[in-house]
Design a protein. Sequence first.
Length: 400
Amino acid sequence: MAITAKHQIVIVGGGTAGITVAARLRRAGYTDVAVIEPSNDHYYQPLWTLVGGGRASAESTVRPEHSVMPKGVTWIRNAVSAFDPAANTVTCTDGETYEYDALVVAPGIQLDWNRTEGLEEAVGRNGVSSNYRFDLASRTWEFIQNTRSGSAVFMMPSGPIKCGGAPQKIAYLASDYWRKQGVLDKIDVHLVLPTPRAFGIPEIADNLDKVIAKYGIQLHTLSEVTAVDGEAKKVTVTAVGEGGTDTTLAFDMLHAVPPQSAPDWVKSSPLSTGDSNGYVEVDKFTLQHTRFPNVFSLGDVAATPNSKTGAAVRKQAPVVVANIADHLEGRPLSAHYDGYSSCPIVTSSHDMLLAEFDYDMHLTPSFPFLDPTKPHRPYWYVKKYGLPWLYWNLMLKGLV
């Protein structure tokens, strides 16, 4: 196989994880870093919930990819289709092949719309939308505004998904809007979750139960929407655990979240865990591949048990960079990721709960003077203004 080019470090993916690692590698003095990324646009996805809730514009969440690419990094505008870690190469869809000394795998996550029966055909029409796609988040807000009575369903699939709180955040934003419009009492709001409670940390779940009760939302736990009939405007709900519910719900508006997994070309590669999700198999502390020591992975595609969020990437990136340096210099790996993630859960148009925790689900609050288990107004300003500023100006430049 002919090699198109060789780089000391190749990064697959120019999203949050790939750009943050590239910036940190450049700051650490590495001069031969390449990022393989086909998209011309870079998105700040955490704001899509606020777009769907009418609290932010879609345009504010996107910038040109070239504007975030670190200076001195080689941008390969291509899409990877295969890995050959035994040969230290990656191959792109056009047949171009790149060799590396160290590889960082960070292409993000795949939205599997076709794994929920009828969802792929329904989304974008008949009141069905999703904040998980840039082009649909604004449609969510349209459908919320157009719903004045009837039934609204908000769903979450089972299995790992990015930003696990997003499926319920939009339910709270919509309910808050409908209450202000004086129509909430005319709408049956359903929240369908595959989990036993609204959150995995009991103290936070207790406070979310209060939010749910305040809006009069009907909570269906241990249950999952398994089929969507967009024309008939109904969903099939199936129990996923003892205590779950098998039922059919009508809807005038449905916020849909697709099942998610690693991209198919990652699933079928030697780097995959080999299960149905197919994430990249890494040590959860060092983020080094368990079988190929010069391969590292972070972000949504890594098979780590933390919540898949941008906040996790912010803590993972310095670990990856430090451990790449150790590996290239022949030293034992020195950096350690403790599973930190944060889940900003917007509970109204002016309040937010900021859940920060590690692998052991221990709370690790950044603002200890605020009770981390309850919604607060200052957190709202952090979500809408502080975190986007930090993202564009500091995180993508390798400064935090």
